[in-house]
Design a protein around this ligand. Structure first.
Ligand code: NAD
Ligand code: UGA
Length: 430
């Protein structure tokens, strides 16, 4: 099929490259000219495992190309994916301005019978919203249908997740259009759930909110474990063996972050509010998450002897999780900002996000590696779970720090091994 993808970010680029891999002819559009130029030479603007190879494959086979401008991709396409950002607005709701702009751009060139597919995370009612924009902005077209097809990939493993989905959700009132969307994925083995647009849109928000709930729940249990001297890792293991609970998303940490859980939980709360439902559970999830950042700042403050003013903090990891370069709503960045505001000197190292982090938080002192970040530190704070932090020479580290204090917000290190080397070690919930 001829496919257009609007937006060449984490979701758009993955969608475009993977659909080309599955045999479709894909044109992917972005506004950013330099991003498009780089992509056409195989240069990948984000850190994503497997992306360089799959983009290269698409370019070589000529099934994948990149253009500037949504209309240039959408003209002549059978299916047009909208994959632009839907950031959090001031009132918590998803800001639909990029979606609206993309829909207005493509409307005049859409072919009769084509399907516009909302893949960005959009609130309930967005299929109707996009349909209305298309109707307003394009010629009176015969049967351009809008379908919701939310995406469930995780950053860092986007290609793998896209090609091995747990499910494919298609929300569309027109059965023929739903079949066409499902045919795009015929090379994949996954259950396909065809439903109405509102339910598809709600499935996406409910899934993210549920995962966020698991994380806040285990963070709350972790904090309680600290009070009663239990080990949250043992607790999560013991819970996870119950197949109704499972092992996934029970890792305690500094609170969830990233470009999705925080904004999507806020947007779902907003949907509840405007519909007169008081979603106390979700409010609690968000509040527990906010307090978890504070909890980490408090641990670091205690580690520094009670005051951050003038304290040197070695921060390991700035991205919102490992294996991505994404800093959006990163717990580490939020915590680092708090440390800086309290007068600390923050020496940070991150394998993928350091340059952008410096632009976002100019007060950070960016260091070349984990040892460099820890040199002269009063506290070393492990804020992102990059694997390389596990395999350091901790005897060497002991000689570099000013005070041997580690706050491990990811439970990445072995407490006994750290204490043997003379470190005062504080993890999460153990
Ligand atoms: P992103 O910011 O990485 O990418 C969006 C891209 O769209 C940018 O490159 C931007 O330049 C481009 N763009 C904006 N307007 C455009 C237009 N009119 N024409 C062409 N290009 C345009 O965003 P993302 O992380 O890929 O997220 C996109 C959507 O997918 C969001 O709704 C998000 O919630 C959802 N989502 C994201 C993930 C994820 O892991 N990042 C996973 C599932 C769903
Ligand atoms: C998340 C979802 O997992 C995807 O299914 C979804 O498509 C995506 O959001 C989205 O809608 O954009 P992602 O944000 O890439 O994907 O990252 P996750 O791996 O889910 O992690 C999110 C945050 O939760 C990170 O800060 C991570 O460190 C934290 N987390 C995750 C925990 O603290 N504990 C866990 O057990 C799991």
């Amino acid at each position: 099929m001829k496919v257009a993808v609007i937006g060449a970010g984490y979701v758009g680029l993955t969608t475009a490259a993977c659909l080309a891999h599955l045999g479709h002819e894909v044109v992917c559009a972005d506004l950013d000219e330099s991003r498009v130029a780089k992509l056409n030479t195989g240069e990948i603007p984000i850190l994503e495992e497997g992306m360089p190879a799959i983009v290269e494959e698409g370019l070589t086979s000529r099934r994948l190309r990149f253009v500037v401008g949504a209309a240039n991709a959408a003209a002549g396409a059978d299916c047009i994916f909208i994959c632009v950002a839907t950031p959090q607005g001031d009132d918590g709701a998803a800001d639909m301005k990029y979606v609206e702009a993309a829909a207005r751009e493509i409307a005049p060139v859409l072919a009769p019978g084509s399907v516009v597919i909302n893949k960005s995370t959009m609130p309930v009612g967005s299929s109707r919203f996009v349909q209305r924009i298309l109707d307003e902005s394009g010629p009176a077209l015969d049967r351009v249908t809008v379908a919701s097809n939310p995406e469930f990939l995780r950053e860092g493993q986007a290609v793998r997740d896209f090609l091995n989905p747990d499910r494919i959700v298609i929300g569309c009132d027109d059965p023929a259009a739903a079949v066409r969307v499902s045919e795009l994925y015929s090379g994949l083995r996954a259950p396909v759930l065809v439903t109405d647009p509102a339910s598809a849109e709600m499935i996406k928000y409910a899934s993210n909110a549920f995962l966020a709930t698991k994380i806040s729940f285990i963070n709350a249990i972790a904090n309680l474990c600290e009070a009663v001297d239990a080990d949250v890792r043992e607790v999560a293991l013991g819970m996870g063996y119950d197949r109704r609970i499972g092992f996934e998303f029970l890792k305690p940490g500094p609170g969830y972050g990233g470009s999705c859980f925080p904004k999507d939980s806020a947007a779902l709360l907003h949907t509840a509010q405007v519909n007169g439902y008081s979603f106390d559970l979700l409010e609690g999830v968000i509040e527990v998450n906010r307090k978890q950042y504070e909890h980490m700042v408090n641990k670091i403050t205690q580690g520094a002897g009670g005051s951050l003013n003038g304290a040197v903090i070695g921060v390991w990891g700035l991205t919102f999780k490992s294996d991505t370069d994404d800093l959006r709503d990163s717990p580490s960045m939020l915590i680092s900002e708090r440390l800086l505001n309290a007068g600390a000197i923050v020496q940070a190292y991150d394998p993928a996000g350091a340059d952008k982090a410096k632009q976002m938080l100019p007060g950070l002192e960016i260091r070349t590696d984990a040892y460099d970040a820890a040199t002269g530190a009063d506290v070393v704070a492990v804020l992102t779970e990059w694997d390389e932090f596990r395999w350091l020479d901790f005897d060497r580290l002991r000689g570099l720090v000013s005070k041997p204090v580690i706050v491990d917000a990811r439970n990445l290190l072995d407490p006994a091994a750290m204490r043997r080397r003379g470190f005062q070690y504080s993890g999460v919930g153990r």
